[in-house]
Design a protein around this ligand. Structure first.
Ligand code: HMG
Ligand code: MG
Length: 304
């Protein structure tokens, strides 16, 4: 049967805001994080310590994290907070700002490794291994992201075997878990199950895995359902459907957290999230990014 409770891993402040044309002021980002937590989000990806030349929208990572730390937000009961770090420089910045958990990110394909990290897959894994070792030595847990797990706009379909090989390496390097990224939203439920089965055959259990669906082709919820039935209990999503990937053409936003929560609650699965408060937060944020939320559930709950 389905689990009674799952983890909603909220990526709006990071995956969402990294891709918006408007750079949101840091005090609005801090308020966004506080409001998401107030709506019951208990796993929150806050920002990235990447090159500000590559992602100017998140150039204020230090200021934001430091503010949340000094205001006690990072110490909220039961809160798991995460920041992205691409390299040793990013890790040092994150530690100095008081990060509690980090995430490294690599690509399953060579083209995207070049476009997103300016490296090969092998170089990206070598960088990740140094970052993971440094974080572990500082007592910080690490999440590992793999991008383009299903398909890549330049290389086409990605075979489950390639993803398994990378997942295995990241776990051996010391990642606590792996998030399987469908960066451009091309996955369909059968492909999701094929990848999860292949990971399972390689001895990688469902409790080490999360799924990260973008909703470009409208398949994200179907994919979530097949992952749920397989036994996955951690789902990445972005409040209001904010975000796309700036380095992957045609990739639209993440699955909206509201759409995810509507389905989970409908299945009788507890998330700890207050959907109405979350919708209010996304409506408020939409005034700062300058476009309405991209979520049928938000649209339905705010119409009339
Ligand atoms: P590079 O240009 O090859 O590296 O970029 P570099 O070493 O030549 O550095 C370029 C400049 O950035 C230098 O500054 C460095 O000092 C600086 P300059 O001398 O030109 O003034 N720099 C840094 N500054 C601050 N913090 C750092 C840092 N590192 C270098 N950590 C690099 C290589 C990895 C830095 C770059 O490619 C990068 O930052 N990439 C990140 C791109 C990114 O954030 N993508 C989005 C996140 S991944 C994603 O969204 C997918 C995901 O959601 C899952 C999915 O959907 O699949 C996770
Ligand atoms: Mg993403």
């Amino acid at each position: 049967g389905l689990p009674r409770r799952v983890t909603v891993y909220e990526v709006g402040p990071r995956d969402g805001l990294q891709a918006e044309a408007t750079t949101v002021p840091v005090e609005i980002k801090a308020e966004y994080c506080r409001r998401l937590i107030g709506a019951g989000i208990s796993t929150l990806e806050i920002t990235s310590f990447v090159s500000p030349r590559w992602v100017p929208q998140l150039a204020d990572a230090e200021v934001l994290l430091d503010r949340l730390r000094t205001e006690g937000v990072l110490d909220t009961d039961g809160l798991r907070s995460v920041v992205l770090t691409p390299n040793a420089r990013g890790l040092a910045r994150a530690i100095a700002a008081g990060a509690r958990e980090i995430a490294v990110f690599v690509s399953a394909t060579e083209t995207f490794a070049r476009r997103n990290l300016n490296s090969t897959v092998a170089e990206a894994l070598a960088d990740a291994s140094r970052v993971i070792a440094g974080a572990r030595a500082a007592g910080i847990a690490v999440r590992g992201y793999i991008s383009m797990c299903f398909g890549d706009p330049w290389e086409g379909r990605v075979s489950p075997r390639e993803v398994v090989a990378i997942a295995r390496q990241l776990l051996e390097m010391g990642c606590a878990g792996i998030s399987l990224g469908d960066t451009i939203g091309v996955a369909t439920p059968g492909h999701v199950l094929a990848l999860l089965d292949e990971l399972g055959r390689a001895g990688i259990a469902a409790d080490r895995l999360a799924v990260h669906f973008h909703d470009t082709y409208g398949q994200a919820l179907a994919n979530v359902l097949s992952a749920l039935e397989y036994g996955i209990t951690e789902f990445d999503s972005s409040a209001g459907g904010l975000g796309r990937c700036p380095y992957a053409e045609g990739a639209t936003g993440n699955l909206a957290t509201e759409d995810l929560v509507w389905m989970l609650h409908g299945l009788g699965i507890d998330t700890g999230i207050d959907l109405e408060e979350l919708v209010r937060t996304s409506m408020w944020m939409s005034t700062h990014v300058g476009h309405p939320p991209v979520s049928p559930v938000v649209a339905a709950l705010t119409s009339g």
